[in-house]
Design a protein. Structure first.
Ligand SMILES: Cc1cc2nc3c(=O)[nH]c(=O)nc-3n(C[C@H](O)[C@H](O)[C@H](O)COP(=O)(O)OP(=O)(O)OC[C@H]3O[C@@H](n4cnc5c(N)ncnc54)[C@H](O)[C@@H]3O)c2cc1C
Ligand code: FES
Ligand code: FES
Lengths: 292, 918
């Protein structure tokens, strides 16, 4: 199929930035699992120029810094994250989320950079980045910027990067040694986007909550986090009433919409119930860990 | 190369099935297109172009990837494996296992499943069921219900690739679980579906469709549009149609234009065709097409449409009522008044999309002055007649050569693209090819009718049903299609397979500006059965009776009269319900034990039955089968009953083989092709095994008689074929008929026979009394499930299905039908709701995936029918009917509440639970 698309295949981040800066309306091509699916829908959805990131080796690795920070290149695929040993404890939520994105064939090609840049509120990574307090590393003509995840997702399918910038990596700060984390995804069928999802990272000491971060997916234009809900849980033993209160606060912060995956009412009703389930799974994980 | 220069066309070098290849292509050409269009590897299918169906899955460096989403540049330097690379001189163990398990029906999903499973098996030779489900989760199959696929993958390790076709010996074909005769090409990727055989020089056709539900339109400067665009050859509109611009599955109701004239009645209606070179069409921007729309108010709601002041969609159909059907017997009102217990209720169902994995596709070309159309279809002769009518050609000048059909389920009975590509081929003289996009397929083709139904049923204190009234409005959409069939079939069946002495049922098909509703497995009966069977549960509850016992008490038996006054024989429903009894008892006990121990999750068990008349309702629907013995000694079966995966190629051959008295292996299939196979009618209404099977039996017997008469032997003589010779044995005497020495007819046959069978039915009178069908099939299913009381989700645990098929001509194929029908019933019950404009793809519109179908136990009941061939009854639609009501009954058993709007999504289940206990 001949298409009037200009195609670039840079080998380095610097080259990619240079092309993005010089070719108007050029658009990055990562795994293509969202972009190409859109292009297949017709000429309307075809960008005039594509900059493939496929050949940039700098974007492809997962590494761990001495302080425990895990750095994931933008072109790392969902499959690679789902199989990585580097995500445990407080970062297990990353691996867990990657493993339930779409189905295996999509996970072969789809990348973490592509997912977060698309910033679909129903996607799995955005909430995870918020719950793990991750940072998005971006390179543009004027250099490198590090954007906290909370400032990266600004609106429905909108991020805070400029058209001539590119996401190069995501850094996940080390979690406390005793932290556990869980990703809970509610779907209509396996492989579907989330109706509602909960990403949770938690530290427990003697059954009491030391610290917690919670982010919801599919509950508004960007991932939903409510500091008050987290405060309500800190220093509690996470009893039913604590969880219910936190759930209520999260519901107030959420703004889900009616769609084919469920009505807004239903999603609001799901939030506290999924939160309860997520916290329970985290507690079980904490116990299992201590036993090991 | 300088990174600052764009790459235009370049050689893409990669490895395909171990061989290096280099293709000149634009770097964003999709891998699916590279493989199919450039390399001719059409085993990789395209079902959605969006990552949703998995039909295009290939292995990229050993891992599954959707070829429709991989740009050529991303495949550069990598290794690609496709279905064509799996067989290595012989079938792979997995391919053989697929065939032996009956895991491929239509076969369109098979390549994607095979390559994905191959990747799994190479890492894990003996995977668990969960591992198989995880690995194959992204590949959809609409035919099989997945259970045989799971088994085929799990058992592949036992296999060495030597295929055991299980071909039965002479006289034992009927009842043998033979591997489908047409199976091998389905697992090698060789099968040619609608989009797989496009000629190199074919024009591509693009259909301009209405974005509006109701609108008038004016076309602008079409010539200018064509001239300004290199590669675009022509635009055709209604004005170019040489014949009658009107088609419809039922000729007396035909009302749908092939291309709309000035106004449209539904979103997706075709208004114009653009023909051009493939590359020009692929990059054409339709936004510039010169058409001016003026939208008009529309309605998608049959209640609105049926109002007195509503705008009419069609002249001569007041109240937008397309047609009404009615059956009345006894005095139902008095019966209900006098009944000790009466229950009543209302149920609503949604539009359901057929969602076959193959969108409509095909090509047309001129062979002299004959138009040849090769496309997927369920009804080649109807296609021929409708295409000829629209194009103003005599029927002999249209030839339909069906492509392999990647699922149909009713929607591929109506013509879709046949007249459109026919028009382009006729007008331009060039071959014309078209493959619908997924969205186009979903927007423009038929759906299951949404139904809005009420009913009341009364019983006496002993639990005997005294009477029932039923009324159903069926949203038939913008055009007639099979709306009349639904309106007529439903009243005949709404009683369920139960003795109902007093009865009135009315069905109406009402036009709206929604998608056209037509044929879909069961023609409205699955919807009607939901209300009847859920009311039966309620009635059993009022009576304090066990729900299965209540059904056993009321089930029809031999000699009973149906609601149309037909006296029945060979009634199998009691046998089916009795076969379920032990499963029912076990399931109830297990649910009770579980529920005693759990609060937030509750288990439930439900049962529902079906009966279904095979063939058209009270109207002629003959099948003709031709057969001949060729000079080289081949037994040729002209089998025109299109096999869309259900298995007619195999089942009809089995019947034919036994009736002729030769081994199944000797039978050679010819067709389907309207030029060489006589009309075996449409593949619908569960009619092919019964009606075409019977015609095949008659043809085989006639052929046998001719041979025996020639050999001057008694009817007991045995036949065998050797090259060029028919060997006839009687006792010790052997006679060899040297075929080459005998005269042959124009087709090269020394002996031949053509036989027709039309089932004996009687018309229905004005009260719907008569004998609408010659044969009925029967069945009942038990659903076991678990409801999460906090989330409203339903997890199926098991479905047990007992079906009376009269005689299971091929038990493996029967099971395949049962499992596939149940999977569609699950979709209808729990997840499928087509919303025009919102769910026109396979990620918003979900169908069951491999993770959604629980274990299914099939119990084959065989109460032979005196009319059917070897006692066989139809089956294809029956199997879907009990599933949804059994599931709804099980949900009520688990939760105490009935969901009255189907599908029972978590949102609805939870709302019902909360409403019941605030
Ligand atoms: C059938 C299907 C089901 C899916 N289900 C899920 C699901 O359940 N959960 C989920 O989270 N996702 C799901 N996805 C989306 C999937 O995860 C995609 O992989 C992801 O959204 C995009 O990643 P990609 O690498 O394919 O990016 P691409 O499609 O290549 O790009 C996506 C967008 O990001 C931009 N972009 C990409 N990389 C960069 C970069 N480094 N810097 C700047 N911009 C960049 C592109 O220009 C483009 O606009 C599904 C997709 C499909 C097709
Ligand atoms: S065609 Fe590629 S996933 Fe459907
Ligand atoms: S056999 Fe799977 S879709 Fe037909």
């Amino acid at each position: 199929m001949a298409e009037p698309v200009e195609f670039y295949e840079p080998r380095t981040i610097a080259e990619a930035v240079a092309v993005l800066a010089s070719v108007p309306d050029a658009c990055c091509l990562a795994g293509g699992q969202t972009l190409v699916a859109g292009m297949n829908m017709g000429p309307l959805f075809r960008p005039p120029a594509l900059v493939s990131l496929q050949r940039i080796d700098e974007l492809k690795g997962i590494t761990q810094r001495p302080d425990g920070t895990v750095v994931v290149g933008a072109m790392v695929t969902h499959r690679t994250v789902a199989q990585s040993e580097l995500f445990g404890g407080g970062l297990e939520v990353v691996r867990e989320a990657a493993g339930c994105i779409a189905h295996p064939a999509i996970r072969t090609m789809g990348t973490i950079g592509g997912s977060i840049c698309h910033a679909d509120p129903a996607a799995d990574y955005p909430a995870v980045l918020i719950a793990t307090d991750a940072t998005v590393v971006v390179t543009g003509p004027s250099g490198i910027r590090e954007i906290p995840a909370a400032e990266f997702f600004v609106d429905f399918m909108t991020t805070s990067i400029e058209p001539d910038e590119l996401v190069t990596a995501i850094t996940f700060p080390p979690a406390p040694a005793d932290a556990v984390s869980v990703y809970e995804k509610f779907t209509r069928a396996s492989g579907d986007f989330a109706t509602v999802s909960v990403a949770l990272a938690l530290s427990l000491r003697h059954g009491r909550c030391e610290s917690v971060r919670i982010a919801l997916g599919s509950c508004g234009p960007t991932p939903v986090r409510a500091a008050a809900a987290e405060q309500r849980l800190v220093q509690t033993s996470l009893d039913e009433s604590d969880v219910q209160d936190a759930g209520r606060i999260l519901c107030d912060a959420a703004a889900p919409m009616d769609d084919v995956r469920g009505t807004a009412d239903y999603k609001l009703m799901l939030i506290p119930r999924l939160l309860g389930r997520t916290i329970q799974r985290a507690q079980e994980r904490a116990v299992a860990w201590r036993v090991e | 190369m300088n990174a600052h220069d764009p790459i235009v066309g370049q050689a893409i070098t990669f490895e395909v099935n171990g061989e290096p290849v280099s293709v000149r292509a634009h770097p964003v050409t999709r891998l699916s297109s590279l493989l199919r269009d450039e390399l001719g590897l059409t085993g990789t299918k395209v079902g959605c172009d969006a990552g949703d169906c998995g039909a295009c899955t290939v292995l990229l460096d050993g891992e599954p990837a959707c070829a429709c989403l991989v740009p050529a540049a991303s495949a550069e330097g990598r290794s690609v494996r496709t279905v064509e690379g799996l067989a290595n001189g012989r079938l792979s163990a997995l391919q053989a296992s697929f065939l032996e398990h009956g895991a491929a029906q239509c076969g369109i999903c098979t390549p994607g499943l095979l390559v994905t499973a191959t990747a799994l098996l190479e890492k894990n030779a003996r995977p668990s069921e969960d591992a198989v489900k995880d690995a194959l989760g992204g590949v959809l199959c609409r035919c099989t219900g997945y259970r045989k696929i799971i088994a085929a993958v799990m058992e592949a390790w036992r296999h060495d690739g030597a295929l055991d076709r299980r071909l039965p010996e002479s006289g034992k074909a009927v009842g043998a679980a033979a591997v489908r005769l047409d199976g091998v090409p389905k697992v090698t990727g060789a099968e040619k579906f609608g989009a797989d055989g496009f000629p190199e020089n074919a024009l591509s056709v693009l259909v301009v469709r209405s974005p509006h539900y109701k609108a008038r339109f004016r076309l602008g400067d079409l010539d200018g549009f064509v001239q300004k665009r290199p590669g675009i050859v022509a635009v055709f509109t209604a004005a170019d149609i040489p014949g009658k611009n009107c088609f419809g599955a039922i000729p007396s109701f035909a009302d749908q234009p092939a291309l709309a004239e000035n106004s449209v009645r539904f979103r997706g209606e075709a208004v114009a065709l653009i023909a051009g070179e493939r590359t020009a069409i692929a990059s054409l921007d339709l936004a510039k097409f010169p058409i001016e729309w003026s939208e008009e108010p529309h309605t998608l709601d049959p209640c609105e449409a049926a109002k007195e002041d509503a705008a009419l969609l069609h002249d001569g159909r007041p109240g937008n009522v397309l047609t009404k059907g009615m059956v009345e017997r006894g005095d139902p009102d008095a019966a209900l008044k006098g009944a000790a217990h009466v229950v009543s209720g209302a149920i609503e169902t949604a539009y359901v999309e057929h969602a076959y994995i193959e969108p409509e596709a095909g090509f047309a070309h001129m062979d002299g002055d004959t138009l040849v159309v090769s496309a997927c279809t369920q009804a080649p002769h109807m296609d021929r007649d409708d295409t000829a009518l629209v194009l103003g050609l005599p029927v002999e000048k249209v030839r339909i050569v069906p492509a392999a059909t990647g699922g149909g389920f009713g929607s591929k009975i109506d013509v879709s693209l046949q007249p459109l590509i026919g028009l382009v081929a006729l007008k331009t003289g060039r071959p014309a090819a078209l493959a619908y996009t997924r969205q186009e397929s979903m927007m423009s083709t038929t759906k299951r009718h949404p139904a809005s139904m009420t009913a009341a049923i009364g019983a006496d204190t002993d639990g005997k049903v005294l009477g029932m009234v039923f009324s159903g409005d069926f949203n038939t959409g913008a055009y007639a299609s099979f709306g009349p069939t639904v309106a007529n079939r439903v009243p005949v069946h709404a009683s369920g397979p139960y003795l109902t002495p007093n009865y009135r049922a009315e069905g109406r098909a009402i036009h709206t500006n929604g998608p056209v509703s037509g044929a879909f497995r069961g023609f409205g009966v699955p919807q009607a059965t939901i209300i009847q069977e859920t009311l039966y549960d309620e009635l059993a509850g009022k009576l304090g009776m066990d729900r299965l016992a209540f059904r056993l008490k009321n089930a029809l038996t031999d000699g009973d009269e149906t609601v149309t006054g037909q006296r029945l024989e060979s009634v199998g429903i009691l046998a089916c319900l009795e076969a379920l009894q032990p499963h029912w008892t076990r399931a109830l006990a297990e649910a009770e034990a579980f529920n005693a121990a759990h609060e937030s999750r509750k288990r439930g068990v439900g049962v529902a039955s079906c009966w279904y008349g095979c063939g058209n309702t009270s109207i002629a629907n003959p099948s003709t089968i031709k057969a001949g013995i060729s000079r080289d000694g081949g037994a040729m079966l002209h089998q025109g009953a299109v096999d869309i995966g259900q298995g007619s190629n195999t089942v009809i051959a089995q019947i034919f083989a036994d009736a002729l008295g030769v081994p199944l292996a000797e039978i050679k299939l010819v067709g389907a092709d309207t030029a060489i196979t006589p009309d075996a009618g449409k593949t619908s209404a569960s009619r092919q095994t019964f009606i075409s099977g019977k015609a095949a039996e008659k043809a085989a017997k006639a052929l046998r008689e001719k041979i025996l008469r020639f050999a001057n032997v008694s009817p007991e003589a045995a036949l065998a074929f050797e090259p060029g010779v028919v060997v006839v044995r009687e006792d010790e005497a052997v006679r060899r008929i040297d075929l080459a020495s005998l005269p042959a007819d124009g087709e090269g046959y020394v002996f031949s026979a053509v036989e027709t069978y039309d089932p004996p039915t009687l018309p229905l009178d004005e009260k719907g009394q008569g004998k609408p069908y010659a044969v009925y099939g029967w069945g009942a299913q038990v659903a076991e499930l678990e409801v999460d009381m906090k989330l409203g989700t339903v997890k199926l645990i098991k479905i047990t299905a007992a079906h009376d098929v009269g005689r299971a001509i091929n038990p493996l194929l029967v099971e395949g039908q049962i499992e596939g029908g149940i999977a569609q019933g699950i979709g209808m019950a729990l997840m499928e709701e087509y919303i025009p404009g919102r769910t026109e793809n396979l990620h918003d519109y979900l169908i069951p995936t491999i993770g959604d179908v629980p274990p299914i136990e099939s119990i084959l009941v065989e109460v032979p029918d005196p009319e059917g061939p070897y006692g066989a009854k139809g089956l294809g639609e029956h199997v879907l009917i009990p599933t949804a009501p059994a599931i709804l009954n099980a949900i009520r058993h688990a939760t105490g509440v009935l969901v009255t709007k189907v599908p029972a999504t978590p949102t609805r289940v939870l709302a019902a639970i909360r409403e019941a206990r605030p």
